[in-house]
Write a protein that binds this ligand. Structure first.
Ligand code: GUN
Length: 293
């Protein structure tokens, strides 16, 4: 068996086209979805992610503003800015780029974001929503994986899903989202003994451990759907996932490549959440004539 390679770039383009159309519908009501991105310090990877987010907003007709603070900026100043953005009606989404410098408490800052503008889905309200199954803003990477599975019409109900990696950003929300779809879900992590005894049972295997080449063909069930969320930079500069792509491709039914699989979906789902937030605000405000400001 040779797996179908899921083209994340192509699916991302489709979803972005939908976002652009939704943004245009809002424009007819004089509303432009707006995203504020907050970055503290100069983490080079964060710099790349933030630039990608700002550029993606432009491409689909969203307004974005970047609040880039010096590494030594105090927490109180960041909280002040968040407070202003929470009150700003032109802003529908607020995102704090992680990681933050150690003198800033991540939880305090994330909880300061209005839950109605938490388009990254990191506020505890939205995290709780994942547990009970009515999340407003699903976190972007697992949301992107879910969208890829939907696009390929891969059934989830009743299937064995193994998520390798238990991070708050990917592994845990991914597991909850697939559980909501009635999968039987197992989460493995760095302390799991004998990873293979779990992964071999997976109909859908999501690798999000951040360990290059962790998933080899012998730990994958024939015909499994293999989703690689890993983004690992090699010393030579290349990018690889957590899955040994060339080997596993010969055994799986579907597989995502790195790059070009889950990666392009993450920013795309951020755009979706921001447009969705603007639609929610528009719904609350009621109809607005195009001539009003
Ligand atoms: N840092 C690494 N990944 C992410 C993400 O998805 N969102 C934010 N805000 N920061 C990140």
């Amino acid at each position: 068996m040779v797996a179908k390679v899921i083209d994340g770039n192509a699916v991302a383009r489709l979803v972005r086209t939908e976002c652009r159309q939704r943004a245009e519908t809002l424009k007819a009501r004089n509303i432009q979805p707006g995203l504020a991105v907050i970055m503290v310090g100069n983490n080079p990877a964060s710099g790349v992610y933030v630039r990608n987010k700002v550029k993606a907003c432009e491409e689909v007709g969203l307004r974005s503003e970047l609040h880039h603070f010096h590494e030594n900026t105090g927490q109180a100043q960041v909280l002040d800015v968040i407070d202003g953005l929470n009150r700003n009606p032109a802003i529908h989404g607020i995102l704090i780029q992680l990681p933050l410098p150690p003198h800033i408490q991540v939880r305090t800052v994330l909880e300061a974001i209005s839950r109605d503008k938490d388009v990254d889905g990191f506020h505890l309200y939205n995290v709780g929503g994942l547990v009970v199954g009515d999340t407003v803003f699903p976190p972007c990477t697992p949301y992107g994986v879910q969208r890829l599975l939907e696009h390929e019409r891969i059934p989830i109900e009743g299937r064995n899903v193994v998520v390798v990696g238990a991070s708050n950003i990917v592994g845990k929300p991914m597991a909850l989202m697939l559980m909501q779809k009635n999968a039987t879900v197992c989460i493995c992590h760095a302390k799991t003994r004998d990873l293979a005894q779990f992964t071999i049972l997976a109909d859908i295997l999501v690798a999000a451990a951040g360990v290059p080449g962790l998933i080899k063909h012998e730990v994958v069930k024939t015909g499994a759907v293999v989703i690689d969320v890993g983004i690992n930079r090699l010393p030579g500069g290349g990018l690889v996932g957590d899955v040994d792509f060339d080997q596993v491709r010969q055994k799986a039914s579907y597989i995502t490549p790195v790059p070009g699989g889950v990666g392009p979906m993450t920013v795309t789902m951020l755009l979706c959440n921001t447009v969705g937030s603007a639609e929610r605000f528009a719904g609350r405000e009621g109809p607005r004539p195009a001539s009003s400001t």
